[in-house]
Design a protein around this ligand. Structure first.
Ligand SMILES: [Zn+2]
Length: 341
């Protein structure tokens, strides 16, 4: 987790730069964040348009990275996967996808059983490398070997899909030769990029809960639930607007979450909030059947969601990054609302 945070910093600097450049938008979103969750969603005018017959609909699938993930602040890690399965069922999420790091599965058979159990409940399993090394920190050969190690473990499992998600969404950043070597390597292996289009930095919210717990701080759980839900609905709507600016249509979106305590506690409520906001939750299989899945952007800095990379490649003006995805904003929101500072 510490490593994850540190390696995110250079990316964060870039995000922070953009947030500064589009400060007005950030301020507007922060203002919205102070309102009720309903107020932070799409404007009323847009909702009316969406309910019109024949209007394109907002569709999104749910993914969880880093399974099996380490302990969080609240739950018994042995019970968490079962809780998450129940929450997915309660939320009507019939087919989520788990991007697995088999190198983190301990010899205890229970953990492998837990992952297989996700598949037994209709969810999918796919590759996130064996050991979660980000591409910009290793060679293409080491990275592809890490993918192969995960693939060997995953392929025989039920619910397997030949999809690969880059750890930390790092696709090689400025090193285009390495990026292209890995793209070619994935193609040769019959693997597709299991990209993300919406991201609300749940991993950072989780890190803050762990830190608060260690410090013996009291957390307002009602406020935490609201913050988690509201942030992810807002990130989905941000991506919806970004996609329409880029593609002039509504592709099927893929939301990035992690296999955290927060997911097990709140994903059913998040699903309900997304639906209340006009989203249809679709099976993970629907995402990579979208024509957008054929796009391979060529940005200066290959990192982030597919929509962010397309926006960068095309030099799209206006906000290209979800304004809450930076340390300063995320910290401030958590401190004021969950810690009551
Ligand atoms: Zn990851």
């Amino acid at each position: 987790m510490v490593l994850r945070k540190i390696s995110r910093l250079s990316w964060t600097d870039i995000v922070a730069f953009n947030v500064a450049a589009f400060g007005a938008l950030a301020a507007f979103v922060f203002f919205l964040s102070q309102q009720s969750p309903a107020a932070s969603m799409a404007p009323a005018k847009e909702s009316a348009k969406e309910s019109a017959p024949g209007a394109s609909r907002k569709r999104i699938a749910i993914s969880f990275d880093d399974a099996p993930r380490g302990a969080g602040a609240f739950l018994d890690i042995q019970k968490r996967p079962e809780m998450l399965i129940k929450a997915l069922k309660k939320g009507g999420i019939t087919q989520a996808v788990f991007f697995v790091n088999p190198g983190r599965v301990t010899p205890a058979a229970a953990e492998q059983g837990e992952l297989v159990n996700y598949a037994a409940h209709g969810h999918l399993l796919a590759n996130h490398t064996a050991t979660h090394k980000p591409l910009s920190q290793v060679s293409a050969a080491i990275f592809l070997a890490d993918i192969d190690a995960a693939e060997k473990w995953l392929k025989p499992l039920p619910g397997y899909r030949p999809w690969f998600r880059f750890p930390r969404l790092d696709e090689g950043r400025r090193d285009k030769a390495k990026r292209d070597a890995v793209r070619a390597g994935l193609k040769a292996r019959g693997l597709r990029n299991g990209y993300v289009t919406a991201d609300g930095w749940d991993w950072y919210m989780e890190a803050q809960t762990v830190q608060a717990k260690k410090a013996g701080r009291k957390m307002n759980m009602t406020a935490l639930r609201k913050l988690y839900i509201e942030t992810h609905v807002a990130s989905a709507n941000f991506s919806d607007r970004l996609a329409q600016r880029l593609l002039k249509r509504r592709p099927v979106q893929m939301l990035l979450l992690h296999e955290t305590d927060l997911a097990a506690l709140y994903v059913d409520d998040l699903a309900a909030a997304l639906r209340a906001d006009g989203w249809e939750i679709v099976p993970a299989d629907a995402v990579y059947a979208d024509p957008m899945a054929q796009m391979t952007p060529d940005p200066e800095f290959a990192d982030g969601t597919l929509l962010e990379m397309l926006a960068w490649e095309r030099g799209l003006s206006g906000g290209r990054w979800f304004p809450r995805n930076n340390i300063e904003s995320a910290k401030k929101l958590f401190a004021s609302r969950v810690l009551g500072e």
